[in-house]
Write a new protein. Sequence first.
Lengths: 329, 348
Amino acid sequence: MPKSQGGELIVLCGVRKHYPITRGLVRREVGRIRAVDGVDLTIRKGETLGLVGESGCGKSTLGRVILRLEEPTEGEIYFDGHGMLSLSDREMHLLRRRMQIIFQDPYSSLNPRQAIGRTITEGLVIHGIGTRSERAERLSYLMEVVGLRPEHAGRYPHEFSGGQRQRVCIARALALNPDFVICDEPLSALDVSIQAQVLNLLQDLQDRFSLTYLFISHDLSVVRHISDRVAVMYLGNIVELAPKRELFDNPLHPYTRTLLQAVPQPDPTLDRKRRHLPDASPDPQRDERSCSFRPRCPQAAPECRNEPPPLVEHAPRHWVRCHRAGRTG
Amino acid sequence: MKDSHSKLKAEQLRTYRQMVWYHFRKRPLALAGLWTSILLFLVAVSAPLLANDRPIFFSTQDQWYWPVFSGIDQVGKYEWREMKRDAPFVFDRGGEGRDYIAVWPPVPYSPTEYNLLESLASPSSKHWFGTDDSGRDVLSRMIHGARVSLSVGFVAVGIALVIGVCLGAMAGYFGGWVDVFISRLIEIMLTIPTFFLIIAIMAFLPPSIYNIMVVIGLTGWTGAARFVRAEFLKLRQLDFIMALRALGASNSRIIFLHMLPNAMAPVLVSAVFGVAGAILVESSLSFLGFGVPPPTPSWGDILSQSRDYIEFAWWLTVFPGLAIFVSITAYNLVGEGLRDAMDPRLFE
């Protein structure tokens, strides 16, 4: 199957995930954490969408909501045309074969009491795919594909290094032949030397199995390497969404600019304009009417207080959520 | 993260079980406790072979009999009751005019066999641990009492574990209202003094060993439930549970195949302590007269008889007391050893 850029695999419409803050014996709701607050997003077949943002901005929650590991509070999610939230349990179970997730921490994402071979084939067992010998065959195939030695299938997670464990996680995600894989910071727990290996592996696998990736990361250089398009998230909202080159060359949202300036440069002689944000830590319980970035924004204007900015297409395929987008500040 | 030494060790100690055993073995007290409990278990299992009023094997005129197993009371003119018996009296070739061979248990008295002529005999070569007020052999009663004590301990803890693990798993896994309900239930159970509750219930129930097991089990599940709940709350956050949900695993698959094996360590430890506790409760109940109905032997029951003769019949107090002490100490040592050996901080 060629790497198509056409059809939409995932469509998110106004997805929200709010966590109530309760107090007292009767669990009265006293507030809400708006982890994901009205995200509209499409992911096309075969592309890699990078999702960046600081910790706590809701990017991991968004990933989990897309897989329905957490139920969204509001909104609709379409997977290949199916409205996922209205599916029956049986249909959802079948759909799970087509989407998988790779987690950040390769230590907690493997069952310490289970040999990795059984971990990798668990999905096949759950979905009743193949006979025992067919599964064993698929296991050694998968282990070879991700660069593990099939004879290590009987070993336990503690016998592997972090990079190897992440390969086990990748093999587990691939076992069911998914179309869509969410990579939730798959590199950030690994050594730098291992990061490159795993990143290349993920790219190879994408070509080989025509996978669609949602690549969640806070590391812009990694996202720049692997993504086709990049979405920047701030406090539960997408604030900027553009093709990779466009976003890195021409960032329009003040938050994206700050992020890009914060990327460490290997050349110390290079003159850098580095901007620090005011130290107002993002508050997920903030006021709903104003722009969520306003307390830290270097170019905040009066209108930012009164009206939340909509996501607007400023340039072709370049969407920004800012009243003052493009104006220098 | 790991140096080469612990990597080497990890190579040798493949599974979790091997690692636990490796660390357990290094503790002499825990090992002593383990051997003692195994010994007690063997004694309890083979009680009829160790203490009985009939031979294990009897042979006369080329005929073989196994009276302990078949339960026959006599062979021809030979009645067990009338045969001369002294401990230790294992091998009996008969004598003049007697043409039989008998192999007796080391303690040739049954726990219920009374002999008023020998009541309250002090320890001697005939009755190693003396006799009680009905002339029953104390050692025989203790050997058979081990059966009662251990089976009460294990069955009661088994019942408690099933209830506690299920409720704790539900509370920890599902959270929300289920958790609130089960947690409050646990707290209510904890406020009730268990022993008095057991006495109160036993006062209404007919005295039987099964009722004791069930009542101790029904009142003793809170510890296991709390441990399992806490472990599940911790495990639920881990990514491998998330990954299983993403694979489409059912709740029961996640709970029983993946979370429970990871949550069992503290439960196992508390279960071992629980066995010790249940043995003590059973002994206390029997001592107070709420226990197993006579003439079933039980350690607490012998102790309870000793109250009337405590000024001179010291053997009625010392031996069953020692048995209770030794078995509870053994289980507690095993529990402590397990608790330390299962501590993952020691694996690094």
